[in-house]
Design a protein around this ligand. Structure first.
Ligand SMILES: Nc1ncnc2c1ncn2[C@@H]1O[C@H](COP(=O)(O)OP(=O)(O)OP(=O)(O)O)[C@@H](O)[C@H]1O
Ligand SMILES: [Mg+2]
Length: 456
């Protein structure tokens, strides 16, 4: 992805020669001759950096600098000053310029500064990415699977990595590996050295979502003291992963559709169309067809996203992959916790193969981490594998058998205890992700929230 540089100078010769030189060096360049044009161009061109002349006819570069920063605080401005005008240079730095360069200068001098700006911005974007994925699991690079259903998935990942413009919709139950597959597609595509930014549509507040996606201009709303780039701009050249897209509000769905079709968008409060090159990967475990019927999801967006359907099969349908994955996690956690556990008993294997795995690979992983952590022998036995739905069965039988023995039996209390217990288990299972916990429990998020308020 080329870095974008805006040249702001009133001398045509300088604009032309600088633009030509910078283009030859591989940068994308636009130019403006005065403050007004500079701001217009900055809006549309969305530069990473501006080279701003200190003297533009009657105008002073120092007056234009804050306006550029207001438009987008991420634009790094380098001031071009007359030789010896240290005073203005210092003022410019105080006003937020990145650096200054004395005129006349040669292209190599300016290239050194540009490279410093680029490395600073990349550093910042990396932090942004880390910030975004904080609290989420770090990506594991290896996708394990040999079942024919998984081989088909791997083949599609391969195709999608090579076609880096195709929008992808990944579907599958919770814990089937949608995140992992999204990273695999990005990491094997030519976009791999650019950002992959992830947003969870279920946990981003609805009123912030648009500005989070598309950025905003100064004064777009109260408190917007400067303009800001949104995810789509920061991810330019890379990938944006929209997780739980089924939860995206309708009005943003139409904006997203327009963005995917036109490859450009407007910041909140902005008038200019900004162009970027971003691949969208979306994921959901929701039945979008049902959501479409209920008018909660746009049909046109669905078709636009679902060009090549990528469905991750539930773990229970992956046959021997269960054992393959179980062995993988066994080895991983044995190493992590310094244990010497490397086998399953036959009973344990039966139990793994016969279980429904509602939480899929994530559940298997968690069950094995627990088993290894608590296990003391060389083999994992069936007893070492407490499975959430098994607990449900045992408990039901027990209540039926023992009910006459309870002198103060209260159905309401029993149900409450049970609810509390399963909510706890589901929260553990989902690592405190309410959306997932609600799904495991078969509740709406709202219903889960009400119960959390009641019991905890
Ligand atoms: N095929 C696989 N091989 C190895 N690890 C896997 C595989 N599939 C999933 N995992 C692991 O299982 C866990 C859950 O996967 P992931 O977060 O990608 O699921 P998901 O489908 O995004 O779930 P959710 O719908 O809850 O967001 C992760 O730790 C992931 O690394
Ligand atoms: Mg996920």
């Amino acid at each position: 992805m080329k870095k974008k540089i805006l040249i702001i100078d009133d001398e045509e010769m300088i604009r032309l020669s600088l633009a030509e030189g910078l283009k030859d060096m591989g940068y994308s360049v636009d130019a403006a001759s005065d403050g007004k044009e500079a701001l217009e161009k900055a809006r549309v061109f969305a530069p990473d950096m501006a080279l701003l002349d200190m003297k533009l006819g009657d105008e002073n570069g120092l007056d234009i600098l804050p306006k550029l920063k207001d438009l987008d605080s991420d634009i790094e401005v380098v001031i071009m000053t007359a030789y010896g005008d240290i005073e203005s240079a210092v003022k410019a730095i105080k006003l937020g310029a990145y650096d200054y360069i004395n005129k006349p200068f040669n292209l190599l001098e300016i290239d050194v500064i540009i490279k410093r700006v680029v490395s600073k911005q990349e550093q910042k974007n990396r932090l942004f990415t880390l910030e975004k994925s904080k609290g989420q699991q770090s990506y594991e690079s290896n996708l394990i699977g040999e079942d024919p259903l998984m081989l088909e998935v791997l083949e599609k990942i391969n195709i999608l990595s090579k076609n880096d413009d195709v929008t992808v919709l990944i579907r599958g139950e919770t814990g089937t590996g949608k995140d992992l597959v999204a990273s695999a597609i990005h990491n094997h595509s030519i976009r791999k050295n650019r950002n992959m930014l992830k947003v969870n549509c279920a946990s981003t507040p609805e009123q912030l979502m648009e500005s989070e996606f598309f950025g905003f201009e100064k004064n777009a709303f109260t408190g917007a003291n400067t303009g800001k780039k949104g995810l789509m701009e920061v991810a330019d050249g890379g990938t944006v992963f929209l997780d739980e897209i089924g939860e995206m509000p309708m009005n943003l769905q139409s904006k997203l559709l327009t963005f995917i079709e036109d490859k450009n968008f407007r910041r909140v409060g902005g008038l200019a169309n900004i162009e970027v090159d971003v691949r969208i990967i979306a994921a959901t475990n929701k039945e979008l067809e049902k959501a479409i019927k209920n008018k909660e999801f746009r049909e046109d967006l669905y078709y636009r996203l679902n060009v090549i359907p990528l469905h991750l099969p539930p773990l229970r349908e992956r046959g021997q992959d269960i054992i393959l994955l179980a062995n993988h996690f066994l080895e991983k956690y044995s190493k992590k916790y310094n244990k010497n556990i490397n086998l399953f008993t036959d009973e344990a294997i039966d139990k793994l193969l016969n279980y429904q795995w509602p939480g899929n690979v994530r559940e298997l992983k968690n069950v094995l981490e627990r088993a290894v952590l608590l296990g003391s022998k060389e083999k994992i036995t069936a007893k070492d594998l407490p499975l959430i739905h098994e607990v449900a069965r045992d408990k039901n039988n027990k209540v039926e058998k023992d009910i006459s023995l309870y002198p103060n039996f209260s159905l309401e209390k029993e149900v409450e205890n049970m609810e509390r217990k399963y909510i706890k288990l589901a929260l553990e299972e989902s690592e405190n992700n309410y959306t997932k916990a609600a799904e495991i429990l078969g509740l709406s998020r709202y219903a889960l929230k009400r119960r959390l308020e009641k019991y905890f």
